[in-house]
Design a protein around this ligand. Structure first.
Ligand SMILES: Nc1ncnc2c1ncn2[C@@H]1O[C@H](COP(=O)(O)OP(=O)(O)OP(=O)(O)O)[C@@H](O)[C@H]1O
Ligand SMILES: C[C@@](O)(CCO)CC(=O)[O-]
Ligand SMILES: [Mg+2]
Length: 319
């Protein structure tokens, strides 16, 4: 018996970093996914991924792995899951990933959500999406030190969502007329590290940074209305204001800034960092000229035309 589970990556339109301090956020699942194939193994647990070029044997009791090929990294999320949620009987996990890692597109959340869904199904456990989202958030929190529930919820439930201050999610109509383009360089970000750097900036300058975070929350609430009323120009302007505040939190880089201005020059109505920053990606709102912005961003970097995906995590069994 083999289990296949798949979960989408995400892009954040508004509210990254501020969401860690309880502010609202708007994010959508994208048509890029992590897929886990899971089956019984004969001897030791194995984790491999052709897409990432790695293979490791896992000792889930000692929370250690022996790397046979490739680079570690995302393996921390898998190890934490096996340590917390599995009885240590040997299994083989195979990861396919078409989400670029460390690009702000939620690869860690998608891998975490897909692995949990596959494992629970394998164990014959009764579970629903709320349970997966809750567990996945715990795992990201443990591995990264600090994480909001945003990435893991979007990956679990799919769609374009608003996460409120009291952590409730509501889905927007995904037939948002605006089209978006994501641009990312090969320079990777590390979410855990960026979240910690914002925290230490906030600790050093609480009176300055706290209002910035609250203002990002206000921008998100304005953006919610703009999305519902399909006010694309206003949405773009709000993205630009949000970008200025993300820059002030120290998560911008030369490359991200270059892409942000390139997208605006090519006609985007707004553009900003998406995800944790410090490397990673930007998102541009392009109501009328998606192709032009896509072409401009693809010239030196990588670009994706974003389609929001209504499909969250799903799991199936193959006999
Ligand atoms: N080539 C690689 N192979 C395996 N793991 C990697 C590789 N490169 C980076 N990693 C690890 O993958 C993880 C990526 O998680 P991270 O949360 O930083 O990025 P993300 O989920 O893609 O973006 P975001 O959280 O901003 O949306 C990190 O733990 C990093 O160490
Ligand atoms: C930077 C951050 O807000 C989004 C990362 O995709 C961190 C989090 O929400 O856990
Ligand atoms: Mg992540």
């Amino acid at each position: 018996m083999e289990i296949i589970a798949s979960a989408p990556g995400k892009t954040i339109l508004f509210g990254e970093h501020a969401v860690v301090y309880g502010e609202p956020a708007i994010a959508g699942a994208v048509n890029k996914r992590a897929t886990i194939r899971l089956k019984e193994a004969s001897d030791v647990s194995i984790f491999k991924s052709n897409d990432l070029g790695f293979e490791a044997e896992l000792d889930t009791v000692a929370k250690r792995y022996r790397l046979k090929k490739g680079k570690p990294g995302i393996i921390k999320y898998i190890l934490e899951i096996l340590h917390k949620c599995h009885d240590h009987s040997p299994i083989e996990l195979d990861l396919s990933l078409d989400i670029p890692i460390g690009s702000g597109l939620g690869s860690s959340a998608a891998v975490t959500v897909a692995t949990l869904a596959a494992l629970f199904k394998y164990q014959g456990k009764k579970f629903n999406k709320s349970f997966i989202a809750k567990k996945a958030h715990e795992i990201e929190n443990n591995v990264q030190g600090m994480a909001s529930p945003l990435d893991t919820r979007v990956s679990t439930f799919g769609g374009l969502i608003y996460l409120s201050k009291d952590k409730k999610i509501s889905k927007f109509d995904t037939n948002l007329k605006s089209s978006f383009v994501i641009g990312y360089t090969s320079k990777r970000g590390n979410t855990g590290r960026m979240v910690k750097s914002v925290k230490s900036l906030k600790n050093r300058h609480p009176m300055v940074v706290t209002p910035i975070i609250k203002t990002i929350g206000k921008i998100t609430d304005e953006a919610k209305i703009a999305i519902i009323k399909k006010q694309e120009f206003k949405l773009g302007e709000l993205m630009n204001i949000n970008q200025g505040l993300l820059d002030s939190l120290g998560v911008n880089t030369n490359e991200l800034s270059r892409m942000v201005y390139l997208a605006r020059k090519a006609g985007a109505s707004g553009s900003k960092i998406t995800g944790a920053g410090g490397g990673g990606s930007i998102i541009a709102c392009c109501p009328r000229n998606q192709d032009r912005v896509f072409k401009a961003l693809s010239y030196h970097d990588n670009a994706i035309k974003v389609n929001f995906s209504n499909r969250g995590v799903f799991v199936k069994e193959i006999r």
